[in-house]
Design a protein around this ligand. Structure first.
Ligand SMILES: NC(=O)c1ccc[n+]([C@@H]2O[C@H](COP(=O)([O-])OP(=O)(O)OC[C@H]3O[C@@H](n4cnc5c(N)ncnc54)[C@H](OP(=O)(O)O)[C@@H]3O)[C@@H](O)[C@H]2O)c1
Length: 218
């Protein structure tokens, strides 16, 4: 059992909170304008409402706010040194996916939280799909890709992805995970359902710097 601090418990963060609470983790939720909604979620999952600075001291911190709110959320969280962070965010602005000048969104965010043990996951599938598809039986179980440079943090995130009811797949490091980032497009896994049987070939292609195989159809 781990203590999980959610910063931004909306569609995605709320689903992660629910899934991990169901799996027996202690979940605290934080950072909302609608405090009553946050309290209702905490009551529903048997968790607690906390300040972002408390969530930031949990064993694992889940950051799940809109791209434009990340700096505010990190300011409210305070230092994340040594913390394992799971970033679920995507780089959307008013006009759609943002151009980050060749940098991955993971790299941009990892640099916004120096000292954190950064991982990225739960970001490629819609919140409704993630909620509906959790806990499927093999072989239909759905992949949640993981990007990280810190092997131990990656392993912890993988275990939590699994606890949440998905297949965890170690895809790439922070700088070569563009295929799991927005926007949805040909040649990327972002926005697409994958199952374990189709994941290895994607990982091999990404490691080789080659185009990934065609998107599977289920
Ligand atoms: N939705 C999806 O299908 C999906 C899929 C994959 C990844 N993502 C990514 O995951 C991240 C979270 O997305 P989401 O859909 O879960 O967002 P969301 O439902 O809007 O949740 C955002 C959370 O942050 C809180 N928050 C606190 N201050 C806020 C502020 N100033 N403005 C907006 N929200 C604030 C919101 O609570 P209050 O509203 O009470 O303030 C809410 O709990 C985003 O980066 C998104 O790109 C989303």
């Amino acid at each position: 059992m781990m203590r999980i601090g959610i910063i931004g418990a909306g569609h995605i963060g709320g689903n992660v909170a629910r899934r991990l609470a169901l799996a027996g983790h202690e979940v605290i939720v934080s950072f909302a304008r609608n405090e009553a909604g946050l309290a209702a979620l905490a009551a529903e999952i048997g968790g607690a409402v906390a300040k972002p600075s408390d969530a930031a001291r949990a064993d694992v911190v889940v950051l799940s706010v809109p791209w434009g709110v990340i700096d505010d959320a990190l300011r409210a969280a305070g230092p994340l040194d040594g913390r394992i962070v799971i970033d679920t965010t995507n780089q959307f602005g008013r006009g759609g996916a943002l151009d980050l000048s060749g940098r991955t969104a993971a790299r941009v965010n990892a640099e916004r939280m120096p000292g954190a043990r950064y991982t990225k996951s739960f970001n490629t599938l819609t919140a409704a799909f993630q909620a509906a598809a959790a806990n499927r039986a093999e072989p239909e179980r759905v992949v949640q890709w993981i990007a990280a440079d810190d092997a131990e943090a990656k392993a912890v995130t993988a275990a939590l992805v699994s606890d949440a009811g998905y297949v965890s797949v170690d895809l790439a490091g922070i700088d070569n995970c563009a295929v799991m980032e927005a926007p949805r497009r040909a040649g990327a896994v972002y926005g697409e359902e994958y199952r374990a049987a189709d994941a290895d070939a994607v990982v091999a292609a990404v490691r080789a710097g080659s185009p990934i195989p065609p998107t599977p159809v289920y």
